[in-house]
Design a protein around this ligand. Structure first.
Ligand code: SF4
Ligand code: SF4
Ligand code: SF4
Ligand code: FES
Length: 607
């Protein structure tokens, strides 16, 4: 590949170097020169719509938008002159007059709004134009965010983000002149949209309060917050989070732009579900009293009860069952407990034991996806379980024309983007020619397979898919990437912990007098265990059921002792993602009440 040609320009009298093809704005920024912007956002295509970033080029009578104008070698550029300032002020005043920018009522007031910031920077205290006071629609139908068109400046950052980052193109602009407005699926609302994934990336990139997070609204300006970089523990992708907190509560969550995993993007789980959903916390130990109710207890009293009961339980009737969301450090503590219990296991998703029992980490899986020209998804639903992976797949398909083949028994949000979408249960022989034709010529195929690929029919399909590449030129076979559903089931498998897809048979093999369940910060408090047939009845036969959980649930309601655990926001440790990267989990909030982390609880109770 040839090295891009170096160019030199003069900006405000300073000699600046860049490469051919870079815009004036990019070279200015690389050389520490600030040009105001509104519609520009690094990482998105340039639109050149707001005209705040205008500059003058010596020898040209026109001003040009620096974000959309490639720099010419030898050009002399002026970014700051009376003429430019007057034009920018004029543009800003028009923007303020066009909609209803009533800053005191806006959640982005006091520092988080790009329009307000530019207004202040340009000394605007009033405007020369008539306010239009339009009555624009407000869409509050999305669960986690709202769109108030009264505050929209039509910068299209949301439209470009949705199209270029999340890869769905839910948003666009409709109408003419002052009737221009953002539309969802052309005419729908967020609540009825068939394409919006609720990822919130458009909200994160909106420079005004037009798109706003409901949970974050009025929690305080971001500039007044502390920030912590940590890792999302909702799935095995391990996206980097940038969490803003104030007075020990989360103000908002963004993707960490410097994370090599997600590069700033998040799915609905990482951006919202971890903190914006109301859940009842367990904040102190609870012990069931003679009246049959759970009552607050001290840690020493709860631990004594557990230790005494364990000591009285026959060794062969004791068990430890853990969530697959544990950190690596908690998993090491579980390993140390193996001799203390008759049975130790982790509960994982269906078919995940086969996928993670002998774990394989797939180094650089995400860059391989980014570069793929054909993607086969087998037995996995990234759009439901790993939203950031789904976004990368959609981008490969929509932006680079990669082929997409999906084999799964259940429908998924990615199906609409697939060249071939087959139900693995009813796959027919005639299909394979079509598969071979679709894959023909693929140079960089990727085969992403999830737990369902381990079902009998899934294994057959996997073998046939691999066969489809046999005999191809060396080096053109697929990059094979296992993608589990649970956060750290690969880590548990690597630690040699037994993985259970069903806990009923495990509970039923022999009597169980003492069972300690580490639900940790399972969002449902571990209640999903009760969805399996007979499990509720089997658990009700356990003499002493201890549940260690961050949230109250139907499972904690069955326990004799409940121990208060930490959530992702309070824990300290690491998780290993599906690529084998060891990622930090850092506390963003101080512990509330008497909560403790999973490994501290295990080691203090059972050491
Ligand atoms: S939430 Fe995500 S998918 Fe929905 S409109 Fe915004 S960027 Fe697009
Ligand atoms: S909603 Fe926000 S990001 Fe979208 S066009 Fe309006 S101001 Fe720009
Ligand atoms: S893809 Fe996974 S790790 Fe990334 S934000 Fe979504 S749930 Fe969290
Ligand atoms: S930032 Fe350049 S035109 Fe809007």
């Amino acid at each position: 590949m040839s090295t891009p040609k170096q160019i030199t320009v003069t900006i405000d009298g300073k000699t600046c170097t860049g490469t051919a093809g870079q815009t004036i704005l990019e070279i200015a920024r690389d050389n520490g020169i600030v040009i105001p912007t509104l519609c520009y956002l690094k990482g998105l295509s340039s639109w050149g719509g707001c005209r705040i970033c205008i500059v003058e080029i010596k020898g040209s009578p026109k001003v040009v938008p620096s974000c959309a104008t490639p720099a010419m070698d030898g050009a002399e550029i002026i970014t700051n002159s009376d003429r430019l300032v007057q034009l920018r002020k004029c543009t800003l005043e028009l923007l303020f007059s066009e909609r209803n920018h009533l800053c005191p009522m806006c959640p982005y007031n006091k520092g988080d709004c790009g329009l307000q910031h530019q207004g202040l920077a340009h000394g605007i205290t009033g405007i020369r134009y008539q306010y239009l006071y339009p009555a624009m629609p407000i869409d509050l139908t999305a669960k986690y965010f709202g769109l108030d068109q009264n505050r929209c400046i039509l910068c299209t950052r949301c439209v470009r983000t949705c199209d270029e980052v999340e890869g769905v193109h839910t948003l666009d602009i409709a109408g003419r002149g002052e009737k221009n407005r953002i539309v969802v699926d052309l005419a729908a609302s967020f609540g009825t949209s068939e394409t919006c994934t609720s990822c919130g990336a458009c909200v994160a990139n909106c420079p005004t309060g037009a798109l706003f997070d409901k949970a974050a609204a009025f929690r305080g300006p971001l500039a007044s917050c502390q920030t912590v970089l940590t890792t999302c523990t909702e799935c095995p992708v391990g996206c980097g989070l940038k969490v803003f907190t104030k007075e020990n509560r989360i103000v908002n969550v963004f993707g960490d732009p410097d994370s090599p995993v997600n590069k700033g993007h998040l799915c609905v789980k990482g951006r919202y579900e971890t903190w914006a959903d109301a859940r009842q916390r367990v904040t102190q130990p609870l012990v069931r009293g003679a009246d049959g109710q759970l009552h607050p207890a001290t840690w020493p009293a709860a631990m004594k009860l557990i230790k005494d009961t364990l000591a009285q339980s026959p060794d062969w009737e004791t068990g430890l069952l853990v969530s697959p969301r544990l950190t690596n450090e908690a998993i090491q503590s579980v390993r140390k407990m193996v001799d203390r219990f008759d049975r130790v296991a982790a509960f994982v998703a269906p078919h995940e034991a086969a996928l993670c029992g002998q774990p394989e980490f797939s180094a650089d899986a995400l860059p391989k996806l980014d570069n793929a020209d054909a993607i086969i998804v087998l037995g996995s639903r990234p759009s439901e379980d790993h939203g950031v992976v789904a976004a990368r797949i959609r981008k490969a398909v929509r932006q680079r024309g990669a082929k997409l083949l999906i084999f799964h028994a259940r429908k998924s949000g990615l199906d609409r983007y697939a060249d071939i979408c087959a139900n693995v249960v009813s796959l027919e022989r005639s299909f394979w020619k079509q598969v071979a034709d679709t894959l023909a010529g693929a140079q960089r195929p990727v085969l992403l397979y999830g737990p369902q690929a381990m079902s009998p029919i899934g294994v057959t399909v996997l073998e046939r898919l691999l066969k489809a590449f046999e005999g191809q030129k060396e080096g053109t076979g697929p990059a094979v990437i296992p993608l589990p559903r649970s956060t750290n089931s690969l880590g548990l498998g690597a630690a040699g912990i037994e993985l259970l897809e069903e806990i009923g048979p495990w509970l039923d093999t022999k009597p169980m007098s003492f069972l300690h369940i580490v639900a940790g910060d399972e969002p449902d408090g571990g209640a999903r265990l009760l969805e399996e047939r007979y499990v509720r009845a089997l658990l009700s036969e356990v003499d002493c059921l201890v549940v260690q959980a961050a949230y109250r649930s139907a499972l904690t309601d069955m326990a004799k002792v409940v121990l208060p655990a930490m959530t992702w926001a309070e824990k300290y440790g690491t998780v290993t993602n599906f690529e084998g990267r060891v990622l930090p989990v850092r506390p963003v909030l101080a512990p509330v009440g008497e909560i403790r982390d999973d490994q501290t609880i295990l080691e203090s109770v059972f050491a």
